[in-house]
Design a protein around this ligand. Structure first.
Ligand code: 4AD
Length: 434
């Protein structure tokens, strides 16, 4: 490894000091006998100045030809200069070209390229500053979640990805050959987390989840990162409190640590700052009334899709909950509402500004007979869920949990126009390469 100074460390305070930068050419502009070579690394961009009378004719000619993304090592002296980005530039004394590139497929401003080009060249696109910023924000949100979960006594567990049953409906299962049987890619770790609460009480996991969703929307991936929690002795209202505290901490901490990156995407931080709990709570019934009053054609009992949720988010300037959904549009494991058997004790958290659902959660059916009945009603075979049903036979307790779609949260925090930009190599029905 080479001893180097990172671009973000080049500041006016280093004036007069010698530094060695290692990175990639971000832009190359010649003005008379000088070349302004902007160098990029994982931390930022620095302006370097190559003067013919310092480096000599040969190096100057070589530098002139360096295209974007050429890899270089430069050594030189820092000069404080208000005109340079970051207030300092490096006057180059030595230039080492690791690999010269003549043409890079992604334009300097990737927004000028079509999404198709960026996705075809995603392996090259991900080195651009805005993609790096998205990945840093995602990493920080997860780091913050870990901090919060550790502080609040939640145990991390590592559930399997190869599974034998559906959690969220058979229609979106990816099936694969497993020796002489079939298996599926996990849609959610939930059932395994439910088993884990009997030993650890408060558990969480972060796993890839898979959905063979053919729907090509701005908020669906076929592979996404799923942050799931499951807590024993908790009812729906308890788990909603956990959800808002966790999301609040994740967003506030990321605002604190990654403001610069967030501001590359957002001028207005209001909705992110508005994440102090409690979040507003409205019932499904109220949501339907609001939608009908705004002219949306929807009846009690209908599921809310992205369009309906978008309209609903216009009413809020912060994340909010919708609770008390009709039973027939929700999953088999959700506990029936004892006050109204048409409903289940479920709540989704919706992000404002049109983003909609980022969390799906519920209290779980903890009664053996009722759970068997729900499995049959959904057209499934209780035999396939024998181990899961055992959990209702041996010391069953009230419990609740939820799943947060990490890329959906990132998409909202950064106001991305599509969830695919929130993941390193997006997987959608149309794309599994690169
Ligand atoms: O609402 P979902 O389907 O709930 C579950 O999977 C539960 N078993 C989770 C649990 O209770 N442990 O998914 C949870 C969240 C959604 O709110 C959404 O944020 C995200 O996962 N999600 C997706 N994100 C991207 N692409 C998809 N196709 C997604 N499907 C769900």
């Amino acid at each position: 490894m080479i001893e180097k100074t990172y671009c973000e460390e080049v500041k006016p305070e280093l004036d007069g000091q010698r530094v060695k930068l290692a990175g990639w050419v971000y832009s190359n502009m010649r003005v008379g006998k000088k070349i302004f070579l902007w160098i990029r690394d994982s931390t930022g961009i620095v302006q370097t100045v190559i003067a013919k009378n310092v480096v000599g004719e040969e190096v100057f000619e070589k530098a002139k030809k360096l295209g974007r993304e050429s890899s270089v090592i430069v050594e030189g002296i820092v000069k404080a200069d208000e005109r340079a980005p970051g207030g300092a530039e490096v006057h180059v004394e030595k230039l080492e070209v690791i690999q010269a590139v003549s043409e890079f497929p992604i334009p300097e401003n990737p927004e000028q390229a079509s999404p198709e080009l960026l996705l075809d060249y995603r392996h090259l696109h991900i080195r651009t500053p805005k993609v790096s910023a998205i990945m840093k924000v995602k990493e920080t949100l997860i780091m913050a979640a870990r901090e919060w979960l550790l502080k609040n006594g939640w145990h991390e567990v590592f559930p399997p990805i190869l599974v034998t049953g559906a959690v969220e409906g058979g229609a979106t299962l990816f099936k694969l050959k497993y020796f002489d049987k079939y298996a599926y890619l996990s849609q959610s770790a939930q059932l395994y987390l439910e088993a884990a609460i009997f030993g650890l009480e408060k558990v969480w996991s972060l796993t890839p989840s898979f959905r063979a969703e053919k729907s090509r929307t701005r908020r669906h991936l076929t592979e996404f990162w799923h942050l799931e929690l499951e807590g024993a002795w908790m009812d729906l209202w308890d788990i909603m409190k956990v959800e808002e505290e966790l999301v609040s901490y994740m967003v506030q901490r990321t605002l604190e640590l990654r403001k610069k990156e967030i501001e590359m995407f957002r001028d207005d931080l209001t909705t992110l700052k508005n994440t102090e709990p409690p979040f507003p709570r409205i019932s499904y019934d109220e949501a339907i009334e609001i939608l009908q009053s705004k002219g949306v054609k929807i009846e009690w009992g209908d599921d809310m899709g992205a369009d309906e949720e978008r309209v609903l988010t216009e009413e809020f300037d912060r994340p909010f909950f919708v609770y008390g959904y009709p039973k027939h549009i929700k999953a088999f494991y959700m506990k029936e509402d004892p006050q109204d058997p048409r409903k289940v004790l479920a709540a989704d958290m919706l992000a404002p500004e049109g983003y909609g659902e980022i969390i799906g959660g519920s209290e779980r059916e903890d009664n053996y007979d009722k759970l068997v009945q729900r499995i049959i009603e959904e057209g499934m075979d209780p035999k396939d869920y024998e181990w899961y049903l055992d959990l209702r036979k041996y010391g069953s307790v009230p419990h609740s949990g939820f799943g947060l779609g990490v890329e959906r949260l990132v998409a909202w925090v950064l106001k991305l126009d599509h969830i695919r930009w929130a993941t390193l190599f997006p997987r959608t029905p149309a794309r599994i390469y690169p």
